[in-house]
Design a protein. Structure first.
Length: 98
């Protein structure tokens, strides 16, 4: 992966997707989905909205031995290996999360 791949991913998000959502803000994501599928004022839309506002986390992704936080060295290695993913996420968030 390199800058060319990052640029292509940005272009794909801009031109090939009708909807880009972020789980960081479920209410905004729910509204965007409702608007995209035009069911915000229907019974199904209200049910969907309620489920998005009160998500139930899946216990299969919760690890009892999970650390509270990662040390700085581990975070630095993670950022170094995933720098293009992080850059794409930050770019997309600034472009679409409004």
């Amino acid at each position: 992966p390199n800058q060319t791949h990052l640029d292509r991913a940005k272009d794909n998000l801009l031109h090939d997707f009708d909807l880009v959502c972020f789980l960081d803000n479920l209410p905004l994501c729910a509204r965007a989905i409702q608007n995209a599928f035009q069911f915000s004022n229907t019974f199904e839309g209200r049910l969907f909205n309620a489920s998005m506002m009160n998500p139930k986390p899946s216990s299969k992704f919760i690890t009892k031995s999970r650390p509270e936080s990662l040390d700085n060295e581990t975070m630095a290695r993670f950022r170094a290996v995933n720098n293009l993913d992080i850059e794409l996420y930050d770019w997309a968030f600034s472009k679409f999360a409004h």
